[in-house]
Design a protein around this ligand. Structure first.
Ligand code: GLY
Length: 326
């Protein structure tokens, strides 16, 4: 298989333009692919305006931000991951330390926090004001049979003014936002990383697909990488990222590999009635990403319209994902 054209290629989910640009620049300077993707996504993890990743991510149902992340290094076939990590911005960086400095793959919860402290990661409050307000709106509005009054049930708001009916648009929908970033260098070495604050308002301790090797991310250095964003439960139950890589190994083109795995996820997910729409199709989105060892790439989404981001010799740009359902 030929090498990546132009020396290095990095791809990411739609929110990753800064990540892929940084990752490619690092690779061109000779930095290892795993270090490059982790540093790239670190820019998004530190951004308080991205409410799906790192600092500023939406919290769990108790208002606590819990992060999941994983990274895999193709040349050594070694992975590292953390789940339900609290009080640390750079979950992908902690996952990389698991990969580099331990004989383990996954460390979770309080253990992951202790491990991060041991490696000098700063401890900080991860809940921004914007995320706290979004969580509070969700808490007050998601049920009318608890003691948290929504605007419509209140006689007085906080300022002592009688308020009207809540604007439903103010209540943020559940979100699975995540960043996946993969990279191949001029030697054909591949690494990938996925990092997220996970499903908003999740049950505390819920772990999504992002830190599960083979679900949210997988690398085989002889083939390439796969990655996923969207409804993690569906991706876990179909080993999404692993199946993308195995499809490419059989010679399936990257975008087609993503569509093939989405087809399997769709078929299995509609067995659960809450995941079927009125036409019998799945009612949630999953976006899959594939990067081949030679730099070829592709992506597909279950429901339109999504895009992914590529940085290669032609620059950084957004590309529409193929859609499984139109
Ligand atoms: N794909 C992110 C999550 O489900 O947590």
């Amino acid at each position: 298989m030929s090498r990546a054209p132009g020396g290095a290629v990095s791809i990411s989910s739609g929110n990753g333009a800064r990540a892929v640009t940084r990752a490619r620049a690092l690779m061109l300077d000779g930095v290892d692919t795993a270090l490059s993707v982790v540093e790239g996504v670190g820019i998004v993890e530190a951004d308080p305006d991205d409410m799906s990743v790192g600092y500023g991510g939406l919290p769990n149902e108790r208002g606590v931000v819990q992060l999941d992340a994983s990274v895999m290094h193709g040349p050594t076939h070694k992975a590292g991951s953390v789940a339900a990590l609290e009080d640390v911005v750079h979950a992908a960086g902690v996952a990389l330390k698991v990969l580099q400095t331990t004989d383990h793959v996954m460390i979770v919860g309080a253990g992951a926090r202790e491990f991060a402290i041991a490696h000098g990661f700063p401890i900080q409050n991860m809940l921004t004001e914007k995320a706290r307000e979004a969580w509070l709106r969700w808490k007050q509005n998601h049920s009318s049979t608890d003691d948290w009054l929504d605007e419509d049930q209140r006689d007085w708001d906080r300022e002592g003014t009688k308020v009207g009916r809540a604007d439903p648009k103010l209540v943020d929908p559940f979100t699975y936002g995540t960043i996946h970033c993969a990279a191949v260098n001029e030697n054909g070495d591949v690494s990938a990383c996925t990092t997220t604050s996970g499903l908003s308002y999740k049950i505390p301790g819920r772990v999504g697909d992002s830190p599960i090797i083979g679900a949210g991310m997988f690398v085989d250095n002889e083939v390439g990488s796969g990655g996923a964003t969207g409804r993690g439960e569906a991706v876990i139950q179909s080993c999404g990222a692993y199946e993308i890589v195995r499809a490419m190994e059989r010679g399936v083109e990257p975008t087609q590999a993503c569509l093939e795995v989405l087809g399997r996820i769709a078929k299995k997910s509609v067995l659960q009635k809450r995941h079927r729409d009125e036409r019998g199709r799945v009612n949630f989105n999953v976006v899959l990403y594939a990067l081949r060892k030679d730099g070829a790439h592709g992506s597909a989404c279950m429901l339109p319209s999504r895009s992914y981001t590529v940085a290669d010799a032609q620059g950084t740009r957004s590309i529409p994902c193929a859609a499984y359902f139109d």
